[in-house]
Ligand binder design. Structure first.
Ligand code: UDP
Length: 490
């Protein structure tokens, strides 16, 4: 390797899928890499650039030392013209199947700017979203190693690999409540049929999942927003049994933990400030935080029951109803509106909440979550136990990890994998209240759950500190990419 090559910093291109749950951790991961001297570029479209701008600015401010160059650049490319209204560039903005189809056409068309970037810029590696399955070939054409990033747990990734290999749903009885055993995993993992994607009912999605898995397998390796101590058996399974290469670099949320506008284009809900001040007035561990990420939709009966459950729980609460697209008058019980109006026990945030600030507030003692992986790991990193309420995608697997393996949460008994509101059984408010009581109340079970969550939170923090497992994985990956540069230059 030439001396100037040794001195030239590594350059990594991040190419996240166009949805906040993929963009946010990609930007955080870029910040972690930038803090170690890597020059990072995030390739995305204008509306999505806005989502990560504040976290990137913060990372650049933090790394601006003797050097004047920015550690992270955002390469903004136009959103392909596929007939979507201006500004509709991301998962949560899509409201119909027709729009979703157009969106996926646009995703394919992003190959052109991705290719162009690699042709015009020296790049040592690409961290591209697993959903851009074509990016593995595109990167290979430019001789650049591709690291897949799906943004889920190793556990869920291993489960989904297992379903793609063995298709256990097809072999199970037709009954929605039939148990489906996922073979070949380190633990006995049994799902209900209704909690899994039905390959025959969703052939396109199933084919997509197969392509994603195959592309990740052909990649140089995969990076995970996780840490060794969280799911060691699944790391071992992934690398030794499946022979796949994985670097665990999380929890990446530590990178932008204090950025209030993390994940939003400065459109933080006006309720956010008041919420943080309100939390300051509440005793430690007394508030349940309730939020279901950026894509989950609840039907009016589900919302009504959830409101009833929060009331019944007797606990303080902060509920982010940002994703609710139904008029409150259609579902909010009068008694709940009165409870909110008194402002003592609970409040709702309409719009974007500063989730990391809330989860890390001492007043918060439990998190009612859909088990999106970012939210799940954010709760783990904050040492907060969970009440789990998965809806679809990897969320049922993440619930299993939280409730059965890590034992830092309890489930509300969600049984239906469905993006379609009508297809879901409504969970009763009394069940929600009971779940909250089981993690936030008195008694041995609740105390044991809280203690495990606290210990896990400490392990998470140590993992990203100097000498921690995730810190070391980043270092190992950098060394390997640097060594590879030497080899490819000979
Ligand atoms: N988030 C937030 N404020 C909100 C809603 C979501 O900061 O009001 C963040 C949350 O902290 C997480 C991400 O958005 O980082 C959601 O990702 P997750 O994987 O939990 O769920 P998804 O939205 O992908 O289903």
């Amino acid at each position: 390797m030439a001396i100037e090559d040794e001195e030239r910093p590594l350059r990594i291109l991040f190419f996240p899928f166009l949805a906040p749950g993929h963009l946010i951790p990609a930007a955080d991961m870029a910040a972690l890499f930038a803090a170690r001297g890597v020059r990072c570029t995030i390739l995305t479209t204008p509306g999505n650039a806005a989502v990560i701008r504040s976290a990137v600015d913060r990372a650049n401010d933090a790394s601006r030392g003797a050097e004047s160059a920015r550690a992270i650049d955002i390469a903004v490319v136009p959103f392909p013209d596929v007939g979507l209204p201006p500004g509709v560039e991301s998962g949560p903005a899509l409201n119909s199947e027709a729009d979703r189809d157009k969106f996926f056409q646009a995703i394919q068309l992003l190959r052109e700017p991705f290719d162009r970037f690699l042709a015009e810029n020296r790049t040592d590696a690409v961290v591209s979203d697993s959903f851009f399955d074509w990016s593995v070939d595109a990167a290979a054409e430019h001789g650049v190693p591709r690291l897949g990033f799906l943004g889920t747990s190793l556990f869920a990734r291993a489960c989904s690999d297992c379903t793609v290999r063995h298709n256990p749903v097809e072999a199970a009885p037709e009954d929605p409540d039939a148990p489906v055993l996922l073979p070949g995993l380190p633990h006995r993992v049994e799902m209900r049929r209704s909690q899994m994607m039905e390959p025959k009912k969703m052939p396109d999605r199933w084919a997509f999942l197969q392509r994603v898995n195959a592309a990740d397998q052909r990649s140089y390796g995969e990076v995970f927003n996780s840490f060794h101590e969280l799911e060691p058996d699944y790391l071992e399974h992934y690398t030794t049994t499946l022979g796949r290469r994985a670097w665990l670099v999380g929890p990446v949320a530590f990178a932008s933990k204090d950025v209030a506008t993390r994940g939003t284009d400065d459109a933080l809900s006006p309720d956010a400030d008041g919420c943080l001040r309100w939390l300051d007035t509440k005793p430690a561990g007394s508030v349940a935080y309730v939020s279901f990420g950026t894509l989950s939709r609840f039907s009016p009966p589900e919302l009504r029951e959830l409101a009833r459950g929060l009331d019944l729980s007797g606990k303080n609460f902060v509920w982010v109803v940002g994703g609710a697209d139904t008029e409150e008058s259609e579902w909010m019980p009068d008694s709940f509106a009165e409870l909110l109006a008194r402002g003592e026990r609970g409040l709702v945030i309409r719009g974007w909440a500063p989730q990391m600030l809330i989860l890390n507030h001492a007043a918060v003692g439990g998190f009612v979550t859909h088990c999106g992986w970012n939210s799940t790991l954010e709760a783990v990193s904050a040492g907060v136990p969970m009440v789990t309420w998965p809806r679809y995608a990897d969320q049922f697997y993440n619930e299993k990890l939280v409730v059965e393996l890590l034992k830092v949460g309890v489930g509300v008994g969600s049984t239906d994998y469905a993006t379609n509101l009508e297809a879901r059984r409504v969970i009763g408010g009394d069940v929600v209240a009971e779940g909250i009581g089981r993690v936030m109340g008195d008694g041995e079970e609740a105390e044991a759950i809280r203690e495990r969550a606290r210990v896990l939170g400490e392990k998470a923090r140590r993992a990203v500190e100097k000498g921690g497992s995730s810190y070391d994985d980043v270092g190992r990956l950098m060394d390997e990419l640097m060594a590879r540069r030497g080899l490819t230059n000979v």
